[in-house]
Design a protein around this ligand. Structure first.
Ligand code: MIC
Ligand code: SF4
Length: 640
């Protein structure tokens, strides 16, 4: 990876280990971000770490997910987050100010710096040339406390962009094409580094659409060079002093390479229920649509919404379609409002929502039963919209607007000539909805609502485990399946006992009761177990219910790290065929576990079937100690 942007940034931040692919390194984290749905846990953990003030160059706490206030919980959490931010020296982006990734891009991102965020789409800032990584809240808390972030050195995949995009084809189509080629697990263990002559034609928000959805590939991160386009973006934001040039050396060594000829791309859509189920829109056919949603951290920039408005201008949406728009930030919304674009959207029939994640995480606007929803978002997992039997298609903003007009999934090229988009007005810079922390030493009281319950800790890892198998699951299990989100469950994010009742609820509504009855238990999965969100609740809540091991064919990076952080063993089958030889209710026994952890493989006895099989743990010496201690908090506390 010598000479790549990835290598340069990792090298500048290396504090432990060596840069050899696959080995564990520790890097210094310059900036952190959290959002409210993961933030309450992250800050409870930060409090437990017992520091006085954050050690990062910059830490920002955003409120953008849990913004419907149907009851007191979310509002209480916002107040807790505001007070804890002031207490520890963290900037607080108030509810309404925007989606964390969009605001971070606009106001805080710096090329060449490292950013760790408790949200899987943190790599959005890679569009600015940052090395931005998503992680569990506990890892982010440790980074805020000045600790390194540990990761296995990824391989670097060069994505060579050549030629230019045709009219009506956008950045979303580029990343959908990559998802089509590589699949939702194609990025695991990799950083995607963009280069080639096609890069300069992409604006920073377009680049950010692409790096954002690197999360859907399972990639550790995605990064663009920092060039003149980056400079112009930062200058427009009044932040040109943050710019530095960053590009790969001409003789940079990449581990792999793919080339995308932009001129050959067509409008694409990810079909239900996976972001890699990508087809050309013209081949999907005119399926009737009941909802179109524009926004999310993928496609909610001024540029995206302006395009939608130009397409809708003077027209009105189809009578069977509800069009909802959630702008990415207050900056975007204010610009749209001041230049009249907002009026065009409203007049076309758009329902304007807050500048938040909103429908993307099922926080309102669940589509009707059995309906089709076309969204400019990044995830279309079954049930995530809040409607179990809805079918969600992911497209770019042009296709979404065309679909809203026609009432059926529409290739935007059917609209004729691409609209003339006027020059973007000057960016409105107003940070008054971002509250800077008071100077160090000023007393701040932390305000805790009754929904905030203490953090449960796991017991240290016993030497003998008897585990009842609760579920055997397919490939690509998402964290949305393990720990669902949505308007009803998200307000319980600060209350593990309450939220744990919903673990795997879509698979088995008695899961929590069965887990409690089993005492210690295990879950079995296929490939890429735990893809998607960084929510550590998908590890923490099962741990609270007694799950002590997950056996799978392979794991998604962030979820695997979260399992270890909460004392759950992530075990990989040595022979994938053993997956077929386990059934729910089997009793698995692991003897002399501590000694076995010293070896590469562990022998598991399936007592129910009288058979034995082998698994690997792949844990570094540090991770072994963490899992033995019953998680990272115990481990850190024991070391103090
Ligand atoms: C998501 O898109 O699934 C989320 C909600 O932003 C999550 C974080 C969470 O579950 O709070 C993510 O992507 O990490
Ligand atoms: Fe929010 Fe959706 Fe982005 Fe997650 S993917 S941060 S829920 S907008």
């Amino acid at each position: 990876m010598k000479g790549t942007i990835t290598y340069k940034i990792l090298k500048e931040h290396l504090v432990e280990g060596e840069l050899h692919q696959g080995t564990e390194i520790g890097i210094r984290i310059d900036q952190t971000l959290t959002q409210d749905a993961t933030g309450t846990m992250a800050y409870l953990q930060l409090e437990a770490l017992g520091i006085d003030r954050v050690h990062t160059e910059l830490s920002v706490s955003y409120v953008d997910h849990n913004t419907l206030q149907g009851s007191f919980e979310n509002a209480d959490d916002h107040r807790y987050l505001q007070s804890v931010a002031a207490r520890y020296g963290i900037y607080f982006s108030r509810p309404g100010n925007g989606i964390c990734h969009q605001v971070h891009l606009e106001r805080f991102g710096v090329p060449g710096k490292t950013l760790l965020g408790s949200d899987s789409h943190t790599p959005t800032a890679g569009g600015l040339g940052m090395l931005a990584i998503g992680a569990g809240g506990l890892d982010v808390a440790v980074a805020m406390a000045g600790g390194p972030f540990y990761l296995a050195v990824p391989s670097v995949l060069r994505v060579n962009l050549v030629e230019t995009l045709p009219p009506w084809v956008g950045a979303k189509d580029i990343i959908l094409e990559i998802l089509r080629r590589l699949s939702v697990k194609g990025g695991v263990g990799r950083i995607l580094e963009y280069s080639g002559p096609g890069v300069k034609g992409l604006s920073v928000p377009e680049r950010a659409t692409i790096t954002n959805m690197g999360a859907e590939l399972g990639a550790t991160s995605s990064v663009f060079p920092s060039d003149e386009v980056t400079f112009r973006f930062l200058k427009a934001q009044g932040r040109e002093s943050a710019w530095r040039e960053l590009s790969a050396d001409p003789d940079a060594v990449y581990d792999e390479e793919i080339t995308i000829d932009l001129s050959q791309l067509e409008p694409l859509a990810a079909c239900p229920h996976s972001p890699d189920n990508v087809k050309k829109i013209k081949e999907i056919g005119p399926i009737a649509v009941q909802q179109v949603a524009v926004g999310s951290c993928t496609n909610s920039s001024y540029q995206d919404l302006r395009l939608v408005a130009e397409i809708l201008k003077g027209k009105v949406i189809h009578p069977n379609v509800s069009l909802v728009i959630s702008p990415g930030s207050r900056q975007v919304l204010e610009m749209l409002a001041r230049d009249g674009t907002l009026a065009n959207l409203v007049s076309a029939g758009a329902r304007i929502l807050e500048c938040t994640c909103g429908p993307c995480i099922g926080m309102g606007q669940a589509p009707p039963s059995g309906s089709v929803s076309v969204r400019t978002f990044n995830r279309n997992f079954r049930g995530r919209s809040g409607t179990a039997d809805a079918s969600v298609y992911l497209t770019g903003p042009a296709a979404a607007a065309a679909t809203a007009l026609k009432g059926v999934i529409t290739d935007p090229r059917e609209l004729g000539d691409y609209p003339a988009i006027p020059e973007q007005p000057p960016v409105i810079i107003d940070d008054r909805m971002i509250i800077a922390p008071p100077p160090a030493g000023e007393p701040v009281a932390i305000v805790r609502g009754p929904n905030i319950k203490p953090l449960p800790l796991a017991e240290p890892l016993p030497d003998r485990l008897e585990l009842k198998v609760l579920l055997t699951l397919e490939d690509n299990v998402t964290t949305d399946l393990i720990m669902p989100a949505g308007a009803k469950i998200l307000p319980l994010r600060s209350n593990i006992p309450a939220i744990s009742e919903y673990v795997f609820a879509a698979v088995d509504e008695n899961f929590a009761a069965r887990a409690r009855a089993a005492g210690r238990s295990a879950v079995v999965g296929g490939e890429n177990y735990g893809q998607g969100s960084s929510r550590e609740h998908a590890a923490l809540a099962p741990m609270y219910l007694g799950v002590r091991a997950v056996l799978a064919k392979s794991f998604a990076r962030i979820h695997r790290a979260n399992l270890v952080n909460f004392g759950i063993l992530p075990l990989t089958f040595c022979d994938a065929a053993d997956y077929d030889r386990i059934a729910p209710d089997d009793l698995l026994v692991i003897d002399a576990l501590h000694a076995q952890l010293q070896n590469d493989t562990i022998t598991v006895l399936n007592e129910t079937r009288g058979s034995e099989f082998k698994v690997t743990h792949g844990l570094s010496p540090r991770l072994k100690e963490i899992v033995k201690a019953g998680g990272l908090l115990n481990y850190t506390r024991d070391k103090q």
